[in-house]
Design a protein around this ligand. Structure first.
Ligand SMILES: [Zn+2]
Length: 390
């Protein structure tokens, strides 16, 4: 299976500054681990490395307003104008060359998906992408331009009739992507996330199913806090797989945010790296079954940036390639990750194995209760979803 890693080193400049939790190391260390595992290079069983161009203004304007793009471009804009559009102080502060870097990341996700659709490669991974909270007119949740929505909007504009299933397993609701296609039937958006009662952005209830022509083509599964591998396996079996099968997409776009890991400091979920990999593997299998393997994946959130997130995304690259996942982490990568963590004031990672199944803090609710709440959420989503209950 031909596969591509779509990445440009300038993407690592998507950095909000000291103390901000979204760190580019989440994907730079993932790529270093892919390299240490010998997954890159374009040989047999290796992904080819592709450096994309920036998304064009035309691409950006399929999703964002002219006013917003001009504001992001204008580095001397007023604090008030910034604040109106979600930039400046707060979650998504300005950083140097934000427009150029966010456009390059958007270009990467476009290139990944375009290459899949053109048959250049069957699967692709754009690990700096997945900035799923950006809205038409505003930045939000650390996201400036919504690369996922931009890539899908470009692909559907250039190939009328194309059916895209966007599946988002980030801990947070994929609200910006959902909003971009909420009234469209040619793009299914399916987000499995920690319930908005407990986590940003607060949306993504089971009852939110799309509107107009898009009614029934937005699916939301809000998981209870503490949900982990067992609950996500149920979600894959009872919501993701049957919904994507019923939809019959031409291609799957997967946002593989890794902030659902138990080690993540922002969300309250309990996935292990192995559990995250099982979800990614499930999506690869669905693509194989339904759309000749065509799958374009992005990264997303992931705030355990020096261990869990890079391990999860290097596993995803191995799965997209169809190769096995190595058991152990190369010593030189462990040292690199530890040095990188130390340089940013984080505790050094000690993991030497790919899958480290150490339970973290005991949840303050019994595991059976979490499981029961997840079953109820799955039932509610199935009941609300015409693709699953019709
Ligand atoms: Zn997230």
């Amino acid at each position: 299976m031909r596969s591509a890693l779509v990445y440009h080193p300038h993407m690592a400049a998507y950095r909000f500054g000291p103390g901000h939790p979204l760190l580019p190391e989440r994907f730079t260390l993932a790529i270093e681990l892919m390299r240490a595992w010998d997954l890159l290079g374009g040989g047999a069983d290796q992904a080819m490395e592709v450096a994309p161009d920036s998304a064009t203004r035309e691409d950006l304007l399929r999703v964002h307003s002219e006013e917003y793009v001009s504001l992001v471009e204008d580095e001397r804009s007023s604090a008030r104008a910034d604040a109106t559009h979600g930039l400046g102080d707060g979650d998504t502060p300005r950083f140097p060359a934000a427009h150029e870097i966010a456009s390059l990341i958007a270009g990467g996700t476009c290139r990944a998906l375009d290459g899949v659709l053109a048959g250049e490669w069957t699967t692709a991974f754009a690990p700096a992408g997945g900035l799923h909270h950006a809205h038409r007119d505003r930045a939000a949740g650390f996201c400036v331009y919504n690369d996922c929505a931009i890539a899908v909007a470009k692909a559907t504009a250039e190939t009328p009739g194309l059916r895209v299933a966007y599946v988002d397993i980030d801990a947070h609701h994929g609200d910006g992507v959902e909003a971009a296609f909420y009234d469209r039937a040619d793009v299914l958006t399916l987000s499995v996330h920690e319930s908005g009662r407990y986590l940003f952005p607060g949306t993504g209830a089971s009852r939110d199913v799309g509107e107009g022509e898009g009614r029934g083509f937005a699916i939301n599964l809000p998981m209870p806090p503490h949900a982990g591998d067992a609950e996500y396996a149920l979600a894959l079996e009872n919501v993701i797989a049957p919904a994507v099968r019923a939809y019959r997409p031409d291609v799957i776009v997967a946002q593989l945010g890794a902030d659902g890991l138990a080690s993540d400091p922002l969300a309250h979920l309990r996935l292990t790296v192995a559990g995250h990999a099982r979800l990614a593997a499930g999506l690869v299998e669905l693509a194989g079954e339904l759309c000749d393997g065509r799958l374009a994946a992005t990264g997303g959130g992931g705030y355990d940036a020096f261990s869990g997130t890079p391990r999860a995304w290097a596993c995803a690259m191995a799965l997209l390639l169809g190769t096995g996942i190595p058991d152990t982490l190369p010593q030189r990568w462990v040292e690199l990750a530890a040095a990188s963590a130390a340089a940013h004031g984080f505790p050094a990672t000690r993991e030497t194995r790919t899958f480290v199944e150490t339970p973290t803090l005991e949840p303050d609710v019994p595991a059976e209760e979490t499981h029961r709440l997840a079953e109820i959420a799955i039932e509610q989503t199935r009941a609300a979803c015409a693709l699953l209950s019709g």
